[in-house]
Ligand binder design. Sequence first.
Ligand SMILES: *Cc1c(COP(=O)(O)O)cnc(C)c1O
Length: 411
Amino acid sequence: MVTHQFANVRRQLQLSNSFWDDSAAHGLVDIVAADMRDGHVHDRDGRTIVNFSSYSYLGLDSDPRIVAGAHRGLEETATINSSISRMRIRLALLEEAEQRLSQTFGAQAVTVSSCAAAAWATLPLLASGELTDGHPPLVVFDKNAHFCLNAMKPLVADETELITIAHNDIAALEELCRNHAHVAYIADGVYSTGGGAPLAELFRLQDEYGLFLYFDEAHGISTLGPRGRGYVLGAYEGWREKTLVIASLNKGFGASGGVIFFGALGDDALKNTLLRTSGPLMWSQRINTAGLGAIVAACDLHDDGTVDERQKALQERIRLFDSLVDTELAGDGLPIRFVSIGQEDTTIAVARDMLGAGFYTSPVFFPIIRRGSAGLRLMLRADLEPDTIRRFADTLNASLAAHQDRAEQPA
Ligand SMILES: *Cc1c(COP(=O)(O)O)cnc(C)c1O
């Protein structure tokens, strides 16, 4: 029996231990906060740290209206979780949350406990051919597709043929479409490492060859597109057939859980298939009632223009940041930035300087990314004060220059 075709857990663990050990040794992980209101970490040592590594791009995570929605969910149902399969008995609040998500995003929605669970619930089903007229498709993964998608490869490979291609490699994908009757492409809408999927080209392949498009919109949802429809759904009106979108409700959206958008608004045909074939949707863990209440409240903020306003504020902050700090992806309109530094020890030193000045950034290096290409991953939020961004940029540029000088001095 062939092993390690798709992963090698022990090797992965050995490699990543050094990353986490180094980060821990320098106080860059295991920070414990009493609360994290408005993107500010109030830690146990009395420090206030501005979080430049938060997924809450719109600053909705601590919005009082969403917190109030969570309270409402708990009070109305007088329970935290409904401990029975939703197929049998479900709370009215679950139906309400899913109806609201469907209306707000203009696509039929079903919720699940996380985006990762959404991947589990949908990728084997897609591989089975159930979503492509009974023909198991050739499943093509983008090399940079998120961990939670890659983790499903063994199950996908048990249903059909799969191949991984280079990042955003449209030519390779088109070649596969020419030579295979049924192809499905697995990608992130917005990549956690930065950048987006080449949508116009992908839609062209969908129109020309009937390519099935599967997107992970963990970062795109709410953050981008009209009324927060996201990077993918925000690129068009209504619904494109042969598409499936999964997303996290824990990031820009400001609530909790995950969602699967599986059809045009009002077209529920696929719902029972999804529910009946997908373990994570059936078992005891659903989004709890606080999370469901929060989802309904977050939908209000998408519908009433709050999200559009926050998006504008975010775009202003992205432009300000790009005018102050030079990064490869500057100008792409997305809130994720990577400051290339190179050496791992320099990266840690810069992250420590930033933390000392009250800014949290995420150092990332091997094995998360290639050896020698270490750097800081930053995320911007709509509720960062422009002056905070200026102070951050000054501190970062000074720290980079100082360590650059040191690196250039002869040893
Ligand atoms: C964070 C993330 C996920 C996981 O989302 P959860 O809701 O935490 O499971 C999936 N895909 C991408 C691209 C992510 O960044």
